[in-house]
Write a protein that binds this ligand. Structure first.
Ligand code: PLP
Length: 385
């Protein structure tokens, strides 16, 4: 007889964070309760200029600017597609592109599609045994026709954070445009973009930044290096027949997702109030506790025992990842993620392409929940033995 499910323990925060802070829900509600006000138009009392104020918050949070170089999109996938296609459209000739074995399909699929169409040639560089991309390997991969490099800041499987400053220096010295996928790091750790030699930083709003699904964005240092791949209304200069050049309208065609932007506004405010360093420290302490407990279970093999992000990927000997996920959810009320996590190449290198069980934490988790998950996994592993 299955036991009565316990209170839900949510550890799938690398997919999307849950629960959202109460301030996020209230802000979305507030945004929808008041009449819609377009960016730059006069506001009513009590109504915020969500796009404008959120861009200011983002510029401050990531220490990059000007604020209108922060563009709103649907998510990190949308941001990466806009930056990759927009840059290649701008240069207009086939070229060589560098990426890595750590990538999510949000990077791999656009690049592989371009490769299949003969518009780019692609080098996919390996990570080392600890899950890092060596800046020297990136440097060695640069060819005369290399114009673009796209890589993840934080791996959503191994939880490693890459040295984008050193990698970026080599790329910049060779005139290579550098797009960084910050989906897993934005909101989870302090990020100071100002000194980093990158050209585009893509982020998503619904993971560690605590916004709702459907909001994301990117920071672009020099907008003229990327063509807008979408054209449409911007609410200004409507008589002009083409997409306007001014930022941020250059990349933002159509009506904003303003409840989503409001959620991002409140998510960043929440992180500022807690302090991003406290958020990072707290989640990593919980992840380390959980790892230390899982390490004592013989049949559990953890892919990376010292991640930089609160992401724990593992397998239990004799069990498929999906089986483990099913038991955790149905018997213990523990929500995790199983499978390839949209990063198929990582698994090819670490576990023969089998996939894994992934626990991922946010600052809304507790130490008690970590104990509970460790206990449940110890029972599941005993059952498998
Ligand atoms: C490393 C990485 N890149 C990109 C994405 C895509 O993010 P989104 O679903 O918000 O587009 C994810 C999400 O899982 C991710 O982990």
């Amino acid at each position: 007889m299955p036991r009565e499910p316990k209170k839900i323990v949510y550890m799938n925060n690398a997919a999307t964070t849950w629960p959202k802070p109460s301030g996020v829900m209230e802000e979305v509600n507030r945004a929808l309760s008041l009449p819609f006000i377009e960016e730059g138009r006069s506001t009513l009392s009590g109504q915020r200029n969500y796009p404008g104020e959120t861009r200011e918050l983002l510029a401050d949070f990531f220490n990059a600017g000007p604020a209108d170089h922060f563009v709103f999109t649907q998510n990190a996938t949308d941001s990466l597609n806009m930056a990759i296609h927009g840059f290649l459209h701008h240069i207009g000739i086939p070229c060589h592109v560098i990426t890595t074995w750590l990538e999510h399909n949000a990077v791999l699929r656009p690049l592989r599609t371009l490769e299949r169409e003969g518009r780019i040639s692609l080098s996919i560089i390996p990570f080392n045994e600890r899950g890092y991309i060596s800046p020297d390997t990136v440097k060695d991969a640069i060819r005369e026709d290399t114009m673009l490099a796209v890589m993840t800041h934080g791996s959503n499987v191994l939880g490693t954070v890459q040295d984008i400053s050193r990698i970026g220096e080599n790329l910049r010295a060779n005139g290579v445009f550098f797009i960084v996928d910050g989906a897993q790091t934005a909101g989870q750790m302090p990020i100071d973009l100002n000194p980093v030699p990158l050209n585009v930083f893509a982020f998503t709003g619904h993971k560690a930044l605590f916004g709702i699904p459907g909001i994301g964005g990117f920071f672009i240092r020099e907008p003229s290096q990327v063509d807008p791949v979408r054209q449409g209304g911007s609410g200004a200069n409507s008589g002009y027949p083409y997409q306007v050049e001014e930022m941020p309208s250059r990349f933002e065609a159509g009506t904003h997702n303003y409840p989503g932007i409001a959620s991002l506004y409140a998510g960043i405010r929440f992180l500022e109030e807690r302090g991003i360093r406290n958020v990072e420290r707290g989640t990593m302490e919980m992840a380390q506790l959980l790892i230390s407990k899982l390490k004592t279970i013989d049949s559990i093999a953890i892919d990376n025992e010292s991640p930089d992000l609160p992401i724990i990927s593992f397998n239990i000997a004799g069990m498929e990842p999906d089986q483990v996920g099913f038991i955790l959810a149905r018997i213990y009320g523990i929500i995790c993620r199983t499978g390839l996590h949209c990063a198929p190449l990582v698994h090819q290198r670490i576990n023969g392409g089998k996939g894994s069980v992934r626990l991922s934490l946010s600052c809304m988790n507790t130490f008690e929940e970590c104990e509970q998950v460790a206990e449940a996994l110890s029972e599941v592993a005993r059952g498998a033995g």
